[in-house]
Unconditional design. Structure first.
Length: 418
């Protein structure tokens, strides 16, 4: 069986301009075991993709069996757009990838490799230095040079009359007018994104999905959603939280974003003080969060899961090294190996006063595979950890210098699912 590879651009939010999209979306929903898309879901999903300026890639079969899905339903899907990643001290344009599916009956035919290779090669040619994705399966993307770089925790927090934070809290937290949620979320997230290494930007069209104002499965408003915001002592809003509550005293955080750690703690304190709530569940929280250290009883905070979240793929190592900032000075010569040939090379990384100078060299004291470099580039994974796993090789002193150069005060974190 042959395949036709097509590339489609989302140029408007009009379904009539994208007659291929309903079949495309049905295949994506099928791949992730979601419900079949209604007309409303098709319209709203198309508006989100148009707002991102997305590009859809697909592999279409040359023939189909009787009674099977029609020819206009691809057997492999792939969506991409250009977004923004905080690499520490700078916002870098990056390739974002999602909706990667291959129908079970068409696997092991090179479909994903073709789609991924085309996408990465074109992104490199456009000058993008990093590709990003979130992975539902951990064994797929390493062969394409991706490595898990940002991690997250699912947490459970017990509350009740004895819930208390020991941190001195300033400012005010109060319920938020639902009509103001989108404006507040846009303002606060912009400040968060500028400050947080590892953050991925959010587009206007997708913001209600992140805050929980719209349900991801139906794109219908969630009437159960509540919201609160934090105002600093000067009256400036600098944090917000959204949640839903269920019978039995369970509260589930949908989105919690703050411009700084103090506002974040104030929002947690507000949630912990709500009547009739006994347990708070939150997914995607920052590892090594200061919250348990601020509690009067830190055992009220329990981590239920730790998982990888944001995967990175370096396409242009010198550009990434030059873009991010640094805490320590030093220099190291390193060689990056890349089976796909996109990021191969040897460079001297020389850091002075928090800024890097990168120049090509012949020899190197450290050798690192591109997937390992992608995991370490924001200090989400320590160089010494990767060395112990056999993924980084070289002279001891040079490896220690490399780890020192990439180290940051805090681990990266990403609050944007895509």
């Amino acid at each position: 069986m042959g395949y036709e590879y097509r590339t489609e651009r989302f140029e408007s939010g009009n379904v009539d301009d994208h007659p291929w999209f309903p079949g495309w979306l049905e295949v994506v929903q099928q791949g992730f075991h979601d419900g079949r898309p209604t007309e409303r879901v098709v319209r709203r999903a198309l508006a989100v993709e148009a707002g991102r300026g997305s590009v859809a890639r697909g592999a279409y079969p040359s023939e189909v069996r009787e009674f099977s899905l029609p020819l206009d339903h691809p057997v492999a899907t792939f969506t991409e757009w250009t977004g923004s990643l905080n690499v520490g001290g700078a916002l870098l344009e990056v390739l974002q990838i999602t909706d990667v599916t291959v129908r079970a009956s068409h696997r092991r035919r090179g479909l994903l490799r073709r789609l991924m290779t085309d996408s990465l090669v074109e992104a490199k040619a456009r000058g993008l230095a990093i590709a990003t994705l979130t992975a539902t399966e951990a064994t797929i993307y390493g062969r394409f040079g991706f490595g898990p770089a940002v991690f997250r925790e699912d947490v459970e927090l017990r509350t009740g009359p004895d819930f208390r934070l020991t941190t001195h809290l300033r400012g005010t937290v109060d319920f938020l007018d639902p009509a103001s949620l989108d404006d507040v979320a846009a303002r606060v997230f912009a400040a968060f994104h500028r400050a947080q290494t590892g953050s991925i930007a959010r587009f206007d069209a997708e913001r209600p999905l992140h805050t929980g104002a719209l349900r991801r499965d139906t794109y219908e408003p969630d009437t159960r959603l509540r919201a609160a915001a934090h105002w600093d002592e000067g009256g400036v809003v600098d944090g917000y939280v959204t949640w839903t509550a269920e019978e039995g005293g369970k509260l589930t955080v949908r989105d919690l974003i703050a411009a700084d750690e103090h506002a974040r703690l104030c929002l947690w304190n507000f949630l912990g003080s709500l009547d009739l709530i006994h347990t708070i569940h939150a997914r995607g929280m920052r590892p090594s969060d200061p919250l348990p250290w601020s509690l009067a009883d830190r055992r009220w905070y329990r981590t239920s899961a730790l998982s990888d979240f944001l995967w990175l793929r370096v396409l242009d190592a010198p550009a990434v090294f030059a873009a991010r900032d640094y805490v320590h000075d030093g220099s190291v010569a390193l060689r990056v190996t890349d089976p796909m040939g996109l990021a191969d090379g040897a460079w001297l990384l020389d850091v002075r006063d928090g800024a890097a100078r990168v120049e090509a060299v012949e020899g190197a004291d450290v050798e690192v595979d591109v997937a390992a470099l992608s995991s370490a580039i924001l200090d989400g994974v320590r160089i010494s950890t990767l060395e112990a796993a056999g993924l980084i090789r070289g002279e001891r002193r040079a490896i220690d210098t490399f780890e020192s150069l990439l180290s940051r005060r805090r681990a990266p974190w990403c609050a944007t699912a895509f």
